[in-house]
Design a protein around this ligand. Structure first.
Ligand SMILES: CC(=O)SCCNC(=O)CCNC(=O)[C@H](O)C(C)(C)COP(=O)(O)OP(=O)(O)OC[C@H]1O[C@@H](n2cnc3c(N)ncnc32)[C@H](O)[C@@H]1OP(=O)(O)O
Length: 403
């Protein structure tokens, strides 16, 4: 069998059922009809890269059109998803071909960045993705409590899931600019996030909504469920607050639900404020894992699209074997209000591997740490610490949802 036996093409709405069958097998997961319809509702056929062999669909990858919060703004980023190759056609370069097409599509659509959740980190690093947002998973023991519970002028109240979208959306959109890594949510995405098909519940109750309100204004919410096995566990899906009092009140509630002994949260940021609020941080049982892998698809456009907390004027050099016009030296001039990035012949100050630039892009990975790992090299002595400070951000990148 040669690579000519395979056809690479865009998707159509009619392909969805076959794609779903392929992914069900590739991920060894089965979902109910409601869940499948939700996936169909956000599927963007023309953005799928499909590999067909004869009559059979043997490879799929897709992207969603959404914006990604980056330091100081948002950028259109290809939200890469639904990647799978039929087991009998693996390791023949099909994913590599699909990834090439996906990057071409992203550029054509004006997306300087692509990002994803990886099933395995080792798959995507070869394509230039870097780990931009690690995450913590909490498995908090009931003995974990807030150190102090100050007076709260507001109040908590449950809200029916069916009525919640408008209020939650307002809070999310206010909080979103502060957290690199969060994704924009249009009507379809809010519908998907608040839909609650049984096969997504992992044996727990239906999704519950708790809001915090101060002087009639909702300033925080939690999405959560309970798993009633022994001992019962609160499964926290999302906690979003625009005010620290609301944040504290929501977590105080979640850590004290009757008939539960644990609280689990899979989407904690590495700087999650809860860590600094509780009596026994150790008993959060935080486990480090991965969330977002970022790939700069158009290096100069991506670097110009974010902001830098302190002024930076530097020449960065990188190599990109997949997209050679990213290779070379780039003059980045930036600060809190603007940034530009242009090709230059000037000698480079820092040599950065492409994945390292992706890892640093959201302000999470420090260029200093990446230099310590050998993935960034300081060519002009004395440049590293200043550029490192410019690439950081005051909040660690995080992700609130798997897409
Ligand atoms: C964003 C998401 O959707 S994440 C979900 C990813 N999907 C899955 O994990 C589902 C199960 N796995 C699969 O369907 C397939 O194995 C895929 C999609 C991961 C890889 O597809 P393939 O067509 O086999 O990849 P392809 O042949 O293009 O591999 C390119 C290179 O990556 C390597 N590679 C690919 N997948 C893996 C892996 N899981 N582990 C180690 N190496 C891998 C290949 O060995 C190859 O290396 P080489 O260039 O040195 O020869």
């Amino acid at each position: 069998m040669t690579s000519d036996d395979y056809e690479l093409r865009a998707g159509t709405p009619e392909d969805f059922d076959q794609i779903n069958d392929l992914l069900t097998i590739a991920f060894a997961e089965e979902f109910d009809d409601d869940a499948v319809e939700l996936e169909r509702s956000v599927f963007e056929p023309e953005r799928a890269a499909l590999v067909v062999h004869g009559d059979a669909l043997v490879g799929v990858s897709a992207s969603y059109t959404r914006n990604l919060t980056v330091p100081g703004g948002t950028v259109p980023s290809a939200h890469v998803t639904m990647v799978g190759v039929e087991a009998t056609h693996r390791r023949r370069g099909l994913l590599t071909r699909m990834m090439g097409r996906l990057f071409d599509d992203a550029r054509r659509l004006g997306e300087p960045v692509a990002h994803l959740w990886a099933s395995e980190g080792k798959i995507y690093q070869r394509y230039g993705y870097g780990l931009a947002a690690p995450r913590l998973t909490f498995d908090a023991d009931r003995e974990v409590q807030l150190r102090e519970v100050p007076a709260d002028p507001g109040r908590l109240r449950p809200m029916a899931l069916a009525d919640a979208e408008a209020d939650l959306r307002k809070v999310y959109e206010q909080a979103q600019p502060d957290r690199p890594g969060w994704s924009s949510r249009d009507d379809r995405w809010w519908h998907r996030i608040l839909a609650d098909p049984k096969s997504w519940r992992g044996g727990a109750t239906a999704l519950r909504v708790l809001v915090h309100e101060t002087a009639g204004v909702i300033d925080g919410y939690a999405l959560w469920r309970v798993r009633g096995d022994e001992p019962g566990a609160v499964i926290v899906r999302e906690v979003v607050a625009t005010d620290p009092v609301a944040y504290r009140a929501l977590w105080h509630f979640l850590l004290n639900v009757d008939l539960t002994r644990r609280a689990r949260f899979r989407f904690a940021a590495t700087d999650e404020p809860l860590i600094y609020l509780v009596n026994e941080p150790n008993m959060l049982n935080a486990k480090l894992g991965e969330a977002l892998w970022v790939r700069l698809v158009d290096v100069p456009a991506a670097l110009a699209a974010r902001r830098y907390p302190v002024p930076v004027d530097v020449v960065l050099r990188t190599e990109d074997p997949m997209l050679p016009d990213n290779s070379g030296s780039w003059h980045l001039v930036g600060g809190p209000d603007r940034a530009s990035c242009t090709r230059t012949d000037r000698p480079a100050d820092l040599d950065c591997d492409l994945g390292a630039l992706g890892a640093a892009y959201l302000g999470g990975a420090s260029l200093g740490t990446l230099a310590a790992s050998g993935r960034v090299r300081e060519l002009t002595p004395g440049t590293l610490s200043g550029v490192d400070a410019a690439f950081r951000w005051h909040r660690a990148p995080a992700a609130t949802e798997i897409f």
